[in-house]
Design a protein around this ligand. Structure first.
Ligand code: SF4
Ligand code: SF4
Length: 325
């Protein structure tokens, strides 16, 4: 099976959605790619498009992920994309830390790399169609810095064939103008986009057991995806523990065992440090390893419907050390 533009079109015609997932680094332009691509698709009268980035407590350099789902008629599903039809790797450094092909066996892959499709397929164990574009180098050439987003957008437009290159470029320029990017930079990006259309390379590779990136389904109650976002956002890999503000910390209090096991905090904690006991009701939370990489992002506080997590001041703050500093 060739995962090309025709395959994707047939998929839409059969009533299925085409699910696009992108992995990159915060500040690398992944959102611009998805917004521009989504806006170009949305001009098609028969297509419905949904796109959103997964951010949170991430800063420049942290891994980020974005989703875009399209279908004929109306997109009815609104969950994260776990088995993408099209997987985009915006930044190879992100590919070192997360499996950008996770959930796929055979798909269309767009990779920002100077490597050939064969080399990329081998490195990331990919089956299906692999499109590579040396987008960072194009960024260096046209913008004076290795910014790969526009090159990746061009390769994505070209590889999927849903919209013409002109429509893809027009959408990009529109998004850039809305962001008040200076005209000189907009023109340079347009040149870069055109160059990337011709410089992307394509290879088709058979799917086999080694290209299988699917995982067995988790049990919804007992296999809680602890720290579901961890691979994307942990301090250890992304060095975001600097978010832990001095003078405050988070505590968990549930003296009367009110925790209902909803698991929301367990899934929301980007560090995977919430401690719980599996129970038929779900994950009964007993506390968290707050001293181990808690970055006081407050996601547990925001997610708990019973207000069992609290931000408290530490002695340093109470003694007025910060106030007088
Ligand atoms: S504040 Fe809560 S969600 Fe954030 S890292 Fe600490 S324990 Fe996890
Ligand atoms: S969000 Fe609150 S109620 Fe739900 S599992 Fe966590 S601590 Fe328990």
């Amino acid at each position: 099976m060739t995962i090309d533009a025709q395959f994707l079109r047939q998929r839409l015609e059969s009533g299925a959605s085409v699910d696009v997932r992108g992995d990159g680094k915060a500040g690398g332009g992944l959102v611009l790619v998805m917004q521009s691509f989504g806006a170009a698709l949305a001009t098609h009268p028969e297509l419905d498009v949904q796109d959103w980035p997964l951010f949170s407590s991430a800063r420049k350099g942290a891994n980020v992920r974005a989703y875009l789902r399209l279908a004929r008629g109306e997109v009815l599903t609104a969950c994260q994309i776990t088995s993408p039809t099209v997987a985009v790797l915006m930044n190879e450094a992100a590919g070192e830390e997360v499996d950008f092909a996770e959930g796929t066996h055979e798909a269309l892959y767009v990779v920002n790399t100077p490597a050939s499709p064969e080399e990329a397929a081998q490195k990331y164990r990919l089956g299906g169609r692999v499109v590579t574009v040396s987008a960072d180098q194009l960024g260096q050439k046209y913008l004076g810095r290795p910014l790969g987003n526009v090159g990746v957008l061009a390769a994505l437009v070209h590889a999927t064939g849903f919209v013409s290159p002109d429509a893809g470029l027009e959408s990009l320029l529109h998004v850039m103008k809305k962001r008040r990017i200076p005209q000189r930079l907009v023109d340079q990006n347009a040149e870069l986009f055109r160059a990337a259309l011709t410089e992307s390379r394509v290879g088709d590779f058979p799917a086999d057991p080694s290209t299988d990136h699917r995982r067995p389904a988790a049990h919804p109650k007992t296999d809680v995806p602890a720290g579901a976002q961890s691979a994307l956002r942990t301090s250890r890999k992304n060095r975001t523990s600097g978010y832990g503000r001095p003078g405050v910390r988070v505590e968990f209090h549930d003296e009367t065992n009110r925790c209902n096991g909803c698991s929301l905090c367990v899934v929301a904690c980007p560090e995977g440090i919430i401690e719980f006991t599996p129970d038929p009701r779900g994950a009964l939370v007993t506390g968290a390893k707050f001293d181990d990489f808690c970055k006081v992002c407050r996601e547990c506080i925001a997610s708990c419907p019973l207000d069992l997590f609290h931000e408290v001041e530490t002695p340093m703050r109470r003694e007025g050390v910060l106030e007088s500093a």
